[in-house]
Design a protein around this ligand. Sequence first.
Ligand SMILES: C[S@@+](CC[C@H](N)C(=O)[O-])C[C@H]1O[C@@H](n2cnc3c(N)ncnc32)[C@H](O)[C@@H]1O
Length: 276
Amino acid sequence: MNHIELTDEEYEKFCSLIYRVAGIRIADSKRVMVGNRVRRRLRATGISNFARYYAYLTSPAGNGEMPLFLDAITTNETYFLRDTQHYDWLGDVFLPEISQQAALRKRPKCLKIWSAACSTGEELYSIALTVIAKRPLLAGWKITLLGTDLSGAALAAAQAGSYDARAVRLIEPSLRQKFFDEDRQAQRWIVKPDIKVLVTWKQHNLLLPLGDNLCDCIFLKNVLIYFDANSKQTVVQNVIDALAKGGYLVIGPTEGIYGMLGSLNKLSPWLYQRPT
Ligand SMILES: C[S@@+](CC[C@H](N)C(=O)[O-])C[C@H]1O[C@@H](n2cnc3c(N)ncnc32)[C@H](O)[C@@H]1O
């Protein structure tokens, strides 16, 4: 079973299924990657070939398999404080700004930040650490920190909050000691319970509206690289609809959506603001 390869037809079928369900347009050059990742699911389900697996996956009986298939297909690479300038802005500009607005009674003492496509949680926990460092500015505030992703497995890892040394490498040692319990034997860093209670996780496909309270800031990073223009447009509209007036959108370097953000004010190559 390990040696069978995807035929052209099978490859096309899996790619168009991935596109329909997740919006991800797989490049032709990714055939080996797709084959290897689907093969993992063949092994896990004990199904002997790609055609049978596809039939199972797209049948009513395969409903439970779809999330596991998507877990296997998606790329979850992430780490704490990725693009440190985003967190510098969050702590040094954004939080003081909203704190001042609340002091002038120009906004309620409510803050909602959404890490859209949060993967295994490093992005949202980095946001949480930044918010905690500025806690005196936010005394008495209702704070919601939401992380969403398509992948249930990634969200389970986010909830567990246990990371290897590579994931936490950019966090200063003193902060690492403060915010994590170190399991020296397993060489893992585990997010402390008082940080975990600040964050909420939810499975969500960015091709659908979030349908929730509006956000003051949204991180949308390193997810749209594989999406085609149509899917990007859908995601961008859903994200803009989830942004409060005056709210900020932080995007990653590879999103490729600059031309789609016309209704927002561009403050820098990675920072956009919804007009008030
Ligand atoms: C490379 S990670 C990015 C993590 C984090 N934002 C960062 O920049 O470090 C991309 C994530 O996007 C998620 N993803 C892919 N397609 C998605 C979709 N249609 N809706 C929601 N999440 C999706 C994947 O499951 C994966 O966890």
